[in-house]
Design a protein around this ligand. Structure first.
Ligand code: PGA
Length: 244
């Protein structure tokens, strides 16, 4: 595992954009696995800036997002499809038909989960997967549990996640209770993984995930087994880790 320590959120975002830019230059038709939440917003902002300056092109790239709430249509401002449009896709030269987000409105959700997994396989897998980390150690919406759920599946969100995400809604009651998420194996099959963490409120979970035991109780801990993980975190998020 590589750890890149940055002074703050802005530097974390620039470093993450650097690695994504390198991926796009090395393989313009790469498959990027994308994440939502507040952590990657600065990275997307930086990618948009570079794309608008003509330094970076997404015209051949494909993207697959980690997750989506059940019951929110793409035009709902809290949906992750909407988030991706507003934070990245609407501002760069990516083709809409090359961007994939799980369908939280599907009538047959288990079937849609299987189809999403098949889609990732048909794209020949993910070259670079961007991740945030939840306060409870979730990646995507893989919540702490007794087992690692392997492939794309329907999940009941934990109370902690509902509370954490309530900040984006007018009340906690409006936060959907379920989501569709890529599984742990779907994520672990990515050729490279980039996990971003910022701020003191992530310090405890970053230490547990990267230096504690590997357990489904801390889903991100499984990343310790991945051969090509880069953790980019600011000093606050790394303050509990004993790094030399
Ligand atoms: P955040 O969420 O970036 O909004 O902190 C991270 C996550 O839940 O994966």
């Amino acid at each position: 595992m590589d750890i890149i320590r940055t002074s703050d959120y802005e530097e974390m975002s620039r470093k993450a954009a650097d690695l994504m830019e390198a991926q796009l230059r090395e393989k313009p038709d790469c498959v990027l696995g994308l994440a939502t939440g507040s952590t990657p917003v600065g990275t997307y902002r930086e990618l948009v800036r570079r794309a608008r300056e003509g330094l970076l092109h997404f015209s051949k790239a494909k993207t697959v997002n980690l997750d989506e709430y059940v019951g929110l249509p793409p035009e709902n401002e809290q949906s992750y499809r909407y988030f991706m449009q507003k934070n990245l896709f609407d501002w760069v030269d990516i083709k809409r038909e090359n961007t994939f987000v799980p369908d939280g409105m599907a009538k047959d959700l288990p079937k849609a989960c299987g189809e999403y997994e098949a889609l990732i396989r048909s794209l020949k897998g993910i070259d670079l997967q961007l991740l945030g980390i939840g306060h409870n150690g979730h990646i995507g919406f893989n919540e702490p549990g007794e087992v690692f759920e392997k492939e794309t599946h329907l999940v009941n969100l934990s109370e902690r996640t509902i509370k954490a995400n309530a900040r984006f809604f007018s009340s906690p009651d409006e936060v959907p209770r379920q989501a569709v998420t890529m599984g742990i194996l779907s994520i672990m099959r990515a050729r490279k993984i980039l996990l971003l963490a910022s701020g003191a409120q992530k310090a405890k979970i970053v230490k547990e995930a990267f230096f504690g035991p590997i357990t489904p109780k801390v889903p991100a801990s499984v990343l310790q087994l991945h051969p090509a993980v880069t953790l980019i975190a600011d000093a606050e998020a790394l303050k509990e880790c004993d790094l030399v």
